[in-house]
Design a protein around this ligand. Structure first.
Ligand code: ADP
Ligand code: MG
Length: 697
């Protein structure tokens, strides 16, 4: 039987009649090994297990009907068609064929018994089945199907019946050698977490017995699907935990809290830290003191003061004779951090280096040399910092602001940056995207999480109003008024995100229009197509108060800090996610004056959009907004573009299976406690060979 045990691991080409061409098509469905066929689940099901009386059919129903031909004729309507009238004891229905051969026409003699399957629709003659599948019945009627018929997602050139036959072959292999596909969630765990057994689930899903509700199955609410979804979520969690373990198996420099340096830094700040900032700093200090790399995420709403926390952590590294690096996702943001760090660190005698893609030639070589020989202790920049050609003398701490583009692979790659000193750097990730707790538990299973859940005192909450485009003149007057009082304003243009060019054009047009309407104001423009230096110059001018009004595309979303700006207009806010609106709105309300956010929509608004925008009016709590966003738009949007892998799952659906998220952590814990050997094969089953390798700790 050993050949059978291997059969499921074998490539699909080991199946009868599967050649290279078919294997390529299957690969498009992410099916490579025979076992992958088993995890390719149906989209929906057809019920061919019973014969439905014609009289009980309803439009939209798919059903098997059986009856006797009353008449068959070719009719000329808008299109020529063959119309066959079929009768059972309960009613009459028409079968309609637009494509038919003379031979086919001959088959339907009056009195012939026909069984067919199709979807009933309201047609010219009452209920009709268009192009049903059918067979003529001779002496004895064959039995109906004994299970529901699965309909699989497929790909061009691969017919449903072919795919179905392949999956049946895979199921036959499974039946012949059940031990070839172990249920890694063992019997004890299944009992404890009330989960059905794996093979049973696969059989139910591919060949459901007639008494299973096809809607429930297709909707993913059947226990069999839920168990597979849970297993997939479990595998994701285990893989993140394996990455974490792998990183933490390396040593890190133990960094005693750099009290002297940190105290000097704090006395020079014009404010004192909030309780939440202090608490998070204590959590960070405890991690840094260990000889194991910290892996910590700091979540804090916009304006909660994450940068100061980052600076304090960097000072620990510097006091501990290490270097620190801080990376931001965009140049505008990185540059802003660079300035903040320079201003803070210069009085402490600490030089700050700048490194971004645009830094070229000799300046770049000099900076790299200074990083390598340890002359600079603090580096701020973009992704360029972590590129291959940048070597640190002794990197103790890597800080990543706005984690969206920083995934597991980057985290693993960071290990190499500390190599010259033989140690792996501590990692601190900062995000303003508030992610609901259950989702965070799955998305960040590799990180410890700290939350800055308090804003610095003295902020007045931003008042948000929702206004239709017809009232644009009033909005313009409001800008005039605010600027006359010495304050500044943002005007944010949004457009369908795919077209950056159009978005920039729209922003230019809006700028021109506003320059005309507000001739007394200095109006600037930033958009994504401008050169980094141009953008920086405009942002500077706005920050220095040389511009009254800044027209921008959504590039200003993250981190820009201009406390004197007290008014923001967002055009077409219905196009953005709530969390994104919240981030944008966080650009105002940074000073002590009352601030306003005007959501200027283009009517009419759908009820759904109305509900979403009213959430913005009602609350300024980023976590509540994220919960709402999750409810209204789903987790893909809330997680953004972060490469968590959670976005590309095969079976689990974060929205549909949200309630499963709670169960993943305890299940993972129980599995690692009692059956740690199952972790790696589970990761490999769901995430592939490469991820399976991280699983080897
Ligand atoms: P974010 O968390 O959005 O990155 P920042 O770090 O940019 O927030 O901080 C926003 C503003 O609040 C900055 O001007 C910063 O100097 C200021 N700030 C930070 N912490 C405090 C505090 N404890 N008290 C008063 N102002 C603070
Ligand atoms: Mg920030």
């Amino acid at each position: 039987m050993s050949t059978d045990i291997k059969a499921l691991d074998a490539p699909v080409t080991s199946l009868k009649g599967v050649g290279e061409a078919l294997a390529l098509k299957l690969a498009r469905l992410r099916i490579d090994a025979v076992a992958d066929l088993l995890f390719h689940l149906p989209l929906r099901y057809q019920d061919r297990t019973r014969i439905t009386p014609i009289g009980t059919l309803r439009a939209g129903h798919e059903a098997v009907v059986e009856g006797e031909v009353v008449a068959a004729e070719v009719v000329r309507g808008r299109r020529r068609s063959l119309l066959v009238r079929l009768r059972d004891g309960t009613g009459i229905i028409s079968l309609r064929f637009f494509h038919f051969s003379p031979a086919q026409q001959q088959q339907f003699l009056a009195g012939t018994r026909v069984r067919c399957f199709g979807e009933a629709r309201a047609g010219a003659t009452g209920l009709e089945l268009y192009h049903p599948e059918y067979r003529l019945l001779r002496a004895e009627a064959p039995p109906v199907e004994d299970h529901l018929t699965p309909i699989y997602p497929t790909t061009e050139g691969l017919h449903q019946t072919r795919l179905r036959a392949l999956i049946e072959q895979a199921l036959a292999h499974l039946d012949a050698a059940p031990q070839a596909l172990p249920d890694w969630i063992g019997e004890d765990l299944r009992a404890r977490f009330r989960l059905p057994e794996l093979h049973h689930c696969l059989h139910v899903l591919h060949q459901p017995p007639p008494d299973v509700d096809p809607e429930q199955l297709a909707g993913g609410r059947h226990l069999a699907t839920r168990r597979l979804a849970l297993e997939e979520l479990l595998a994701h969690r285990l893989s993140l935990q394996a990455v974490r373990q792998r990183i933490q198996a390396d040593g890190a420099p133990a960094l005693p809290s750099g009290r002297g340096l940190q105290a000097r830094f704090l006395t020079q700040l014009p404010f004192s830290l909030t309780g939440a900032q202090r608490r998070v700093l204590d959590e960070i200090a405890a991690d840094l003191a260990r000889e194991m790399p910290m892996l910590r995420l700091v979540q804090g709403d916009v304006g909660s003061g994450k940068t100061v926390v980052a600076a304090m952590a960097a000072l620990s590294a510097i006091a501990g004779d290490c270097q620190a690096a801080m990376m931001a996702p965009t140049e505008i943001l990185a540059e802003q951090h660079y300035r903040a760090f320079r201003a803070w660190f210069a009085p402490l005698g600490i030089e700050v280096a700048w490194l971004a893609g645009k830094l070229k030639g000799k300046a770049r070589l000099d900076t790299k040399a200074a990083i390598l020989d340890g002359r600079v202790r603090m580096v701020v920049g973009t992704h360029a910092i972590f590129q291959e050609d940048v070597h640190f003398q002794r990197l103790g701490l890597a800080i990543v602001d706005e984690q969206h583009r920083f995934g597991v692979h980057q985290r693993l790659a960071l290990r190499e940056k500390g190599e010259a000193g033989g140690l792996t750097p501590h990692q601190l990730v900062m995000t303003a995207t508030p992610i609901p707790r259950t989702l965070a538990m799955s998305a960040y299973a590799d990180l410890d999480v700290s939350v800055i859940d308090e804003l610095p005192p003295g902020r007045t909450p931003v008042k948000t109003v929702v206004v239709p485009d017809e009232r644009r003149p009033e909005v313009v007057a409001r800008i005039r008024h605010a600027c006359a009082e010495g304050r500044q304003a943002y005007w944010v243009c949004t457009l369908i995100e795919e077209s950056e060019a159009l978005q920039c054009q729209a922003a230019e047009a809006t700028r021109d229009e506003l320059v005309e309407a507000l001739p007394e104001l200095a109006v600037g423009l930033v958009h994504g197509r401008m050169k980094a230096a141009e953008k920086a110059a405009v942002m500077d001018a706005f920050k220095e108060g040389e511009l009254d009004l800044l027209v921008a595309t959504t590039v200003i979303e993250v981190g820009v800090d201009v406390p004197n700006a007290s008014l923001m207009i967002i055009e077409n806010p219905e196009r953005l996610g709530l969390s994104q609106l919240h981030q944008l709105r966080g650009r105002v309300g940074r000073g002590s004056t009352a601030s306003y956010c005007v959501l200027l929509y283009h009517g009419p608004l759908s009820a759904h959009s109305r509900e979403r925008l009213s959430v913005m009016r009602e609350t300024s709590d980023g976590f509540r907004i994220a919960e709402k966003d999750l409810e209204l738009r789903g987790p893909g949007e809330v997680l953004g573009t972060r490469q968590t892998g959670l976005a590309q799952m095969k079976i689990a659906d974060l929205e549909r299976d949200a309630d499963l998220l709670e169960r993943v952590a305890p299940l993972a814990e129980a599995l690692l406690a009692g059956h740690s050997e199952a972790s790696r094969p589970l990761i490999r089953r769901w995430l592939g060979e490469e991820a399976g390798r991280y699983g080897q700790v």
